[in-house]
Design a protein around this ligand. Structure first.
Ligand code: PEP
Ligand code: MN
Length: 363
């Protein structure tokens, strides 16, 4: 699909918005006119890119890193669009940036993770969007807080924006993990559950922070029924001015997208549905039993609480807790349950137990 002016680009976006999978790709940052044009042409060659991304203003953790080329880069995007027909998307964080972006016919705007955390900034962007008809994607806040993410969606929706989408880019966590931003998939799934009408795409680039695990994360997102992907792609990734480690060439992006197994959410076969239904009933049954057992466990904890109260001893006894965990690790391992899961599960059970005991002891 070729679009040679702003009006047709708008139509392209309208058609693409509901398309699955929606593929957004492009460099972390627009750097030079040549880099933008070359990347655009290479992305077009893959035949798989619906919208081209490029950062114009970059919110960097530390000053002194490349903070974006600024308004000067906007005509480059306009030109890239003219050449390839691919609509363009950029990040905006202030009213002025919204104004500049719209002035240069940027087709899709996104609110970055560092902006979503700040209701003042989100409101400023939302106010600048009042009366404007442009699709807006909202990245999750850097911290794992669904209310903040929801708040940003509400502010943009209240400004009258009709086409709103979500971008899951992972969450910051302290210490070194495998990921630059931990995906915490359950949070994205919960956001999706709360907002079934909103498109949600995955940003494997900012989750991974490195090339070697991009494919796995992208596949996982597709397996979890995300509506599309936003991937950073640069003609010369190693020499990119920002996020060099996570960018891939357009050719590599094409291979990556080819290698993804695009599963369907649903199939028509009755046999399949019947089998699935049976298994789901088993899961429901097991969940009911687990719930009953957990209830019983809490009753026992309450009895212990009563004894502790009568004998005036503390709720938490560290030795006993270590003993429970060690025992659980050993047993869980035999059941194929990971240490990570066991830890999280027992932490939750323990907290609930303490709350029950607390109630008894302070009655
Ligand atoms: C980006 O998309 O280049 C970016 C800055 O992402 P995030 O807001 O997710 O950190
Ligand atoms: Mn980036």
């Amino acid at each position: 699909m070729q679009a040679t002016n702003a009006a047709t680009a708008k139509e392209v976006v309208q058609q693409k918005w509901g398309k699955r999978p929606l593929i957004i790709a492009g460099p972390c940052s627009a750097e030079t006119e040549e880099q933008v044009m070359q990347t655009a042409v290479e992305l077009q060659k893959t035949g798989k890119v619906d919208i081209m991304r490029a950062g114009i203003w970059k919110p960097r953790t530390r000053p002194g890193s490349f903070e974006g080329i600024g308004t000067k880069g906007l005509p480059w995007l306009q030109q890239a669009k003219k050449l390839t027909g691919i609509p363009v998307a950029i990040e905006v964080a202030t009213a002025k940036q919204v104004e500049d972006a719209l002035h240069f016919d940027v087709d899709v705007l996104w609110i970055g993770a560092r902006t979503t955390v700040n209701p003042f900034s989100v409101q400023e962007v939302a106010d600048a969007l009042r009366g404007v008809d442009v699709p807006v994607l909202i990245k999750n806040p850097i911290n794992p807080d669904l209310e903040l993410w929801t708040g940003a969606v509400e502010r943009v929706a209240k400004a009258g924006i009709k086409q709103i989408g979500l971008i899951h880019r992972g969450f910051s966590s302290y210490g070194n993990t495998e990921y630059r931003n931990a995906p915490m998939w359950h949070l994205a799934i919960e956001m999706k559950r709360r907002n079934p009408e909103l498109m949600i795409i995955n940003d494997p680039s900012h989750i991974c922070g490195r090339r070697d695990i991009l494919q796995d994360v992208a596949q996982k997102a597709i397996d979890l029924d995300f509506d599309g992907l936003i991937v950073e792609s640069h003609v010369d990734p190693d020499n990119a001015w920002s996020d060099a480690k996570q960018q891939v060439t357009p050719a590599r992006l094409g291979e990556m997208l080819d290698a993804i197994i695009w599963r369907r959410e649903d199939v028509a076969s009755e046999e399949f549905h019947a089998a699935l239904e049976k298994l789901r009933q088993q899961i429901n049954q097991l969940d009911d039993e687990l719930m009953q057992i957990l209830g019983q466990r809490m009753k026992v904890a309450e009895k212990i609480g009563q004894y502790k109260k009568d004998n005036n001893i503390t709720i938490l006894q560290t030795n006993r807790w270590n003993e429970i965990l060690e025992r659980a690790f050993a047993r869980g391992d035999k059941q194929g349950l990971s240490k990570e899961f066991i830890t999280k599960y027992f932490d939750a059970v323990h907290m609930e137990s303490i709350n029950h005991q607390n109630r008894i002891m302070n009655q």
